[in-house]
Structures are given as C-alpha cells and as structure tokens.
Design a protein around this ligand. Structure first.
Ligand code: ADP
Length: 231
C-alpha cells in the first residue's frame, strides 16, 4: 500500500516538473520570437520606404528618358482595338499595387471600342493617377477615375481632392519642366515632365488634355478626350 502511494506521488511530481519545464521552455522560446517579430515588422516598414523611393526614382528616370525620346520625334504608336474597361481596370490594379492605402473609385458608362496604343494610353492613366496621389497629402482622400462615351469620342478623367491648382497655372501645367511652386507643394518631388508626356501621348492619338481646379486645396481634375479612331 505504502509502495503504491509512493509511486503515485513520484508520478505526480514528475508530471509537475514536466509541466513546469514546458511552461519555462515556452516562455524562453517566445521571448526571442517576440523580438524577432518586432524587428521584422520594423524592417518591413523600412523596406516599404526603400521601395517607395525606388518607385519615385524609377518614375523620374522613366519621365526623363521618355521626354528626351519625344524630342527626337521617336514617338510611335502600336494601334490596336482597345476595350476601355480593360484599360481602366489594368490601370486601377497597377495604382492599387503602388498606392495601396489610397481609396480609388471607378465610374464607367457604356464604352465603345477605340483604336489606340494600350501601353501608351496606360501610361497616360498611370501618370494622372500617380499625380492625383502625389498632390493629395491626406492619403484618405479619394481619387476618382471616370470613363464615358461622347459623340465620336471618349472622355477619361482623373479627379482628386488634394492641393488643387490656382487658375493662372492651369494652361501651363503641360509645358516641359513646369511646376507650381507653392508652400503646399513644397517637398513634393518631380521634374515637371509627366504632364508634358501625357500631352504628347494624347496628341499622338489625336486627342486633347486639360486640367480644371477651383484653386488651392480644392482638388483637381485632369481630362483626356480621345477620338474613337486616330489617324
Ligand atoms: P511633376 O509632378 O514631376 O512636377 P508633372 O508634369 O506631372 O510633373 O506636373 C506638373 C505640375 O502640375 C506639378 O509640379 C504640379 O504643380 C501640378 N500638378 C500635376 N498634377 C496635379 C494634381 N493632381 N494636383 C495638383 N497639382 C498638380
């Protein structure tokens, strides 16, 4: 009887030691894990900053090369029938990938097929969307991309609720190297080439582009009118 009792006590003791060991090991293993997790989150944030800087540099280099190639009159278009819904959706996906926290709304009516160069027109939308994001410091404000049909044309527009533009600058924005210098836009980097590239690409399609804004901090809209067929 005494022997059985001792055996039970020893087993209980062994179980208690095992539980203690597991609790201790769990605790010891978890503390480096917590610190690894903290550091990896910090690195991910810093990598995000590096990625954004790479994206900005890439855009600047692209603008630079693109603008100089236009000066050499090397702008050629690969014209194919374009489904505008696909074109808009692809641009929205690229935008959501590069600016994941910016809300974007798309409004499309019934759209006819147009003839154009999908890469170049994609570039037009990318540029306007990227500016809408860049010149809207509050990253919760919405960007709206609209596409609608007009008599013999389609009308694309990108609207934002950002810094806006004073009326005297509106006709000049599409000139090479033109940038609005204001207190609000201080620190926003750029070469002033993006919109001149947009203008050249739209013109190559036989279309027109213009900007509207009610003034500083009133947001801005950029419009692109394209003929259904460009010759
Ligand atoms: P960048 O952005 O590199 O300066 P752009 O040619 O794309 O060059 O734009 C020219 C100028 O037009 C910008 O510097 C800015 O002043 C103004 N601009 C462009 N898009 C917007 C916008 N969505 N809201 C306010 N200002 C804008």
């Amino acid at each position: 009887m005494v022997t059985v009792f001792r055996e039970v006590t020893r087993e209980r003791e062994a179980l208690r030691v095992k539980d203690e060991l597991i609790a201790m090991a769990g605790h010891e293993l978890r503390s480096p894990l917590t610190s690894i997790s903290g550091y990896s989150q910090m690195m991910a944030r810093q990598l995000g900053v590096v990625q954004r800087q790479i994206g900005q540099l890439d855009q600047l280099i692209g603008d630079f090369m693109e603008a100089s190639s236009f000066d050499d009159a090397r702008l050629s278009l690969d014209l194919v029938p374009i489904d505008l819904v696909d074109l808009v959706q692809a641009a929205v996906e690229r935008f959501a990938g590069s600016c994941p926290s910016r809300p974007i709304r798309v409004e499309m009516g019934g759209l006819p097929e147009i003839s154009g160069d999908p890469t170049r027109l994609g570039q037009v939308l990318d540029n306007l969307l990227s500016n809408a994001n860049k010149y809207s410091p509050d990253e919760h404000t919405e960007v709206i991309l609209r596409a609608e049909a007009e008599e013999g044309h389609v009308l694309l527009s990108v609207q934002d609720h950002g810094l806006g533009i004073e009326p005297e600058h509106l006709p000049l924005l599409f000139e090479r190297f033109y940038r609005v210098r204001s207190q609000e836009s201080q620190g926003i980097k750029g070469l002033g080439l993006g919109l001149s590239i947009v203008r050249d690409l739209v013109a190559a399609h036989g279309g027109t582009v213009w900007a509207e804004s009610a003034g500083t901090n009133q947001g801005a809209s950029f419009w692109v009118r394209l003929p259904l067929k460009c010759d």
